[in-house]
Design a protein around this ligand. Structure first.
Ligand code: AMP
Length: 277
């Protein structure tokens, strides 16, 4: 497995590759969710690149950029064992040299949900993703459904800016009790870890209600809110039942719907979602 730490090393290596390249973008501290994307890329592409970069521009000033978990040696071993061909591990100075002054500003897809809760987040995401696409030039890039809005923003960017890459979105990988795998789960103490199951339980409740015929989206949001509010360690950022395409909040449930939520468990902010097709 090739480990590339600079843009010049990356470009030299990339030039030599003739076959199809799949790309998995990550912020490291890898888990089975990330590795499922690597495996899918390996199954579909001749070469699989993984990037590990904790991107400062997608964190707000009061967010956890400094505390975000990092363990590069462990990540590299996991990627080697999974069979990635190359890992791009740039430093922040490599990605944002002094004077860098151009950004990608996503449109409406980025305004709601995570975009409303985290101003500037998707501008940081879209900018770094476009840079990584330009550097690595993959034919396919793999994203997780766990970050459904991120995948939607990237799909729209690629379509609007004619970026020659195919976007694949893979299912959310969960722990045995339903908690979506996330690097941030490592912040949770045992009581918080237990409380964190409330996210998945509330998504399951929404699924049951809607599959049982409930069509009033506000009732679904209310029932989810009640369930989460009964958990003393949980504080809701948002609970959403939205059109899966536009991300507009629904009054009446039509499909495909994206049921999503952001909840703080203690000081840890977690997100999750299900799509009802
Ligand atoms: P992150 O390192 O959290 O920025 O995630 C990198 C990529 O892995 C993104 O496309 C995420 O959507 C995806 N991902 C993160 N967690 C999961 C999960 N539990 N299941 C599937 N994909 C995931």
């Amino acid at each position: 497995m090739k480990v590339l730490r600079s843009i010049s090393a990356l470009r030299d290596y990339r030039k030599q590759l003739a076959g199809s390249v799949g790309l998995v973008l990550t912020m490291g501290f890898l888990h089975e969710g990330h590795l499922s994307l690597v495996r899918r890329s390996k199954a579909e592409c001749e070469y699989t690149f993984v990037s590990i970069f904790v991107n400062p521009t997608q964190f707000g000033p009061d967010e956890d950029f400094g505390a975000y978990p990092r363990d590069t040696n462990r990540d590299l071993k996991l990627l080697e064992n999974t069979g990635a061909d190359a890992v791009f591990l740039p430093g922040a100075g490599e990605m944002y040299p002094p004077g860098a002054d151009t950004v990608v500003v996503p449109g409406k897809t980025a305004h709601r949900l995570e975009g409303a809760a985290r101003p500037g987040h998707f501008r940081g995401v879209a900018t770094v993703v476009l840079k990584l696409f330009n550097l690595i030039q993959p034919q396919r890039a793999y994203f997780g459904q766990k970050d459904a809005q991120q995948a939607a923003v990237i799909r729209k960017m690629v379509a609007d800016l004619d970026v020659p890459v195919e976007i694949a979105v893979m299912p959310t990988v969960r722990e045995g009790d339903g908690l979506a795998m996330s690097s941030r789960n490592t912040y949770l103490n045992p009581a918080e870890r237990e409380a964190a199951t409330v996210l998945y339980r509330s998504l399951k409740l929404a699924e049951e209600l809607i599959n049982g015929g409930e069509r009033d989206a506000e009732i679904v949001r209310q029932r989810m809110t009640e369930l989460i509010s009964a958990e003393p360690l949980a504080h809701i950022d948002y609970v959403s039942v939205a059109d899966a395409g536009s991300l507009d909040e629904l009054a009446f449930v039509i499909r495909p719907a994206l049921v999503s939520l952001a909840v703080r468990i203690g000081r840890t902010r977690l997100i999750d979602n299900v799509t009802l097709t």
